[in-house]
Design a protein around this ligand. Structure first.
Ligand SMILES: Cc1cc2nc3c(=O)[nH]c(=O)nc-3n(C[C@H](O)[C@H](O)[C@H](O)COP(=O)(O)OP(=O)(O)OC[C@H]3O[C@@H](n4cnc5c(N)ncnc54)[C@H](O)[C@@H]3O)c2cc1C
Length: 456
């Protein structure tokens, strides 16, 4: 006897929620996504700036693990996949600026003899880092990434490489990123190798080329959101925007969700919202990862000197650099051919981000765009003033660091996915969402066949 479709409501239309919704809709369930904002996508978002349609949230995905690449294939978007121009990003620290050494992982170098590493940390830094090879395994074990790097590789590797990279990717200091919260693949490599450098080499799979770790989509990452929404709808599902869920109530062995438009019944619920929202809907305290906010300022400028991409695809800024407020800048038209072609010669897109988890106040909105123009000029080594500015915009995003250590105890019929439990980054979020949806599909099939048992 075939199993009747279940009504599944997904709360949150970011990448976690949409991926889970698509998987469940394809499996034959009646899926409704309820998204609070005016558009789906969450922190994958786009806008028109200076006549160009650009990503104003996530703009690339990690190739490691293959989760996003597989989703892109499954959605039929393989042909739109693009890789960044193969020039290294730079790192700016108190004593200067240099290209990021190739072959590193989270800023942890894999080749201590490489000249590009020496250029960033100098001979004293290299000699100190070599202690990693002789220190006993227990040194730096069990704490945070920051502690492990400081103890094994020294301050220069921590301050000039690991802190800027982790600050740029996770918006969090390395001391706030526990080793145990790293992705399973990274934890396995760390457990297998005595030295951090050997673990980094394994995680990078020997790839030394810059840009070899990420890819994007021609037209921007938002095309992935559009494809997922179309996929949910084609499979018979619904995506409703401007629909914040205000409560989640049990109804026998089912659920009712409330929005301002009324009640939506569900056989099962997937929560793909930030931890604070999830905890409120579940009416229980949950372990939330450290969170904060970042400001992302997108500038479109006319500056022919930037055609030469003076700092490659962008620059990560160490927190000890006083003259620049940004923590990272992406030179988007140097990074992506499709965007450079759309902009034309002499016109450039720059993305500057501000704020880290645990940082003090973010700069005030009134400081923009002058602050971003000043920082971009300093980081790029060119003159940039208001005359060069074609257009700009400012976006404010919530950010979380590592995933919570485990999902909260969940009532029957409720699953949780998204950054709260998966951690930061599309690779982690997509992989977790697909696994969660498949597990839920399996349980829903079993429940329908056996009538009314819990989903856990
Ligand atoms: C500026 C920025 C740049 C980034 N760049 C990259 C990058 O280049 N590569 C990369 O891999 N990762 C990047 N990330 C991280 C990546 O975007 C996220 O890890 C991922 O998109 C998170 O997806 P999510 O679905 O878990 O959460 P979110 O995107 O936060 O989505 C959660 C959704 O839930 C909705 N919601 C909240 N409350 C309710 C409610 N009560 N009812 C209904 N809906 C609700 C929100 O409106 C939101 O749409 C970036 C993040 C930021 C902020």
């Amino acid at each position: 006897m075939s199993t009747p479709p279940a009504a599944v409501v997904v709360v949150g239309g970011g990448m976690g929620g949409l991926t889970a919704a698509w998987e469940l809709a394809r499996a034959g369930h009646r899926v409704t996504v309820l998204e609070a904002g005016p558009a789906p996508g969450g922190t994958v978002s786009r806008a028109r700036v200076g006549g160009l349609v650009v990503d104003v949230g996530a703009e690339s995905y990690a190739l490691a693990g293959g989760t996003v690449a597989t989703l892109i294939d499954d959605l039929g978007l393989t042909g739109a996949t693009v890789t960044p121009r193969p020039t290294p990003a730079w790192v700016r620290h108190r004593s200067g600026a240099a290209p990021l050494p190739g072959g590193g992982w989270l800023g942890i170098p894999s080749r201590l003899g490489a000249p590009d590493l020496r250029r960033v940390i100098g001979w004293p830094g290299v000699l100190r880092a070599a202690a990693d090879r002789v220190l006993p395994r227990r040194v730096g074990a069990g704490g945070s990434v920051g502690t492990a790097v400081r103890r094994r590789l020294g301050r220069r590797v921590l301050d000039r490489l690991v802190e800027p990279v982790i600050g740029g990717v996770y918006s969090t200091p390395p001391t706030e990123l526990p080793l145990e919260r790293l992705a399973p693949r990274a934890r396995d490599a760390l457990a297998r190798h005595r030295t951090l450098t050997a673990a980094a080499a394994e995680i990078r799979g020997g790839a030394a080329a810059p840009g070899a770790q990420v890819a994007g989509l021609a037209g921007g990452m938002y095309t992935l959101v559009e494809a997922l929404v179309a996929g949910v709808r084609t499979a018979g599902g619904t995506v409703r925007t401007d629909s914040p869920v205000t409560s989640l109530q049990p109804n026998g062995d089912k659920w009712v969700l409330h929005t301002r438009d009324g009640a939506t019944p569900a056989d099962a619920v997937v929560l793909a919202v930030p931890a604070t929202v999830g905890g409120r809907l579940l009416d229980r305290p949950v372990e939330a990862p450290a969170t904060g906010e970042v400001l992302l300022c997108t500038l479109v400028v006319d500056c022919p000197a930037l055609d030469a991409a003076p700092i490659g695809t962008g620059v990560l800024v160490a927190s000890d650099v006083r003259e620049v407020g940004a923590k990272a800048m992406t030179h988007a038209t140097a990074k992506w051919e499709w965007l450079a072609a759309a902009a034309g010669p002499g016109r450039h897109v720059l993305r500057l981000s501000y704020g880290r988890v645990g940082d003090g106040e973010l700069p005030g909105v009134a400081a923009f765009p002058r602050l971003a123009l000043h920082d971009a000029a300093d980081l790029l080594g060119v003159a940039l003033d208001l005359d060069a500015l074609v257009d700009w915009r400012l976006d404010r995003w919530p950010v979380g660091g590592a995933a919570a250590s485990g999902p909260p105890a969940l009532p029957a019929g409720v699953a949780v996915t998204g950054g709260w439990v998966a951690g930061t980054g599309l690779a982690a979020v997509v992989g977790h969402a697909r696994t969660t949806a498949r597990r839920l599909d399996g349980v829903l099939g079993v429940r329908s066949a056996t009538h009314g048992q819990g989903l856990r």
